[in-house]
Design a protein around this ligand. Sequence first.
Ligand code: SF4
Length: 325
Amino acid sequence: MLKAAHLIKLGWSYKFLGTARLSYPPYQYTIEPTNKCNLRCDFCPQSDPDHQSVRPIGKLSRENLELFLKRIEDVKPANRNLNFTLDGEPFINKEFVSFIRLALERGYFPVFASNGTYINTAAADRLVSIGGFRASIDFASDKEIFERIRGRSGNYDIVLRNLRYLIEKSKSRSNIYIDVHDITPFCNVDPDRSLKKMRSLFPPELPRRIRFDTRQFHNFCGHLKSELGSDDYRLCPYPWTQMAVTWNGDCVPCCRDTCARSVLGNVFEDSIMNIWNGEAYIEFRQNLINRHPEKNPACRDCDLPYSGKEKRWKPLYILRSLLGR
Ligand code: SF4
């Protein structure tokens, strides 16, 4: 299927028909290299002392990644971006760089988020040498805040050094994209001033593929304090768009369900379309169509359906986001 045709079918089913059974496969795929993390950030469910026991801790194997890619090929994907993101720090899986290579060899464009602590010079050299990717890395303008809310002393200097090296190596590579997000505003500092300060830590002249912005924080597992409104409900697009898969193959409705509260099938045991249009997925979508996100364990505490004032609901933002993933 062509990318444009896929997006039209998606938009039509989601926006106009509001149907729970879909005539097209997922547009985006994300798979988790591991759910283990070396940090315990205040804004992440990993900081919950019980988080390590909500589901088994483990790592994706190469065999299972191959199986997943085969399942995707079976539905002839229109979008060739492949996300390696869910819970955990991907570089903890020692095979992660080889996963990126495998994705590239199969014609995918890898996208991942990392905390940057393990992207040392050796890892950066390997990554840059194998081809294109998009990396999303959280950083900060303030060392004290960074180390306080990420929970590890000494990490600021490590990530700064790693980022500077990765950016230097990547700046002449037209197929490498790096997004650096400023997390400092989590502590109520002025976002614009902080972003400017963080930007000044890197060379002034950089290609537009290397971007700096302010991190948006989301309450997806009830781990942040936020008021859920009820009068401005929006239908969440993820179950019409994305299939997110944990390291052991469980399909969850979106990359926010890092606790795997709603498991809708297992992609190592079943085909993508069987899961995507299976009973569990259909009931999950129907609950959202009926304005009952609280009936879905994953959505119970999620702020997304009630975030109608945020820029993420603007059509141009959605289109850009879909094309970039
Ligand atoms: S409402 Fe939140 S948890 Fe539920 S599918 Fe959407 S983004 Fe995921």
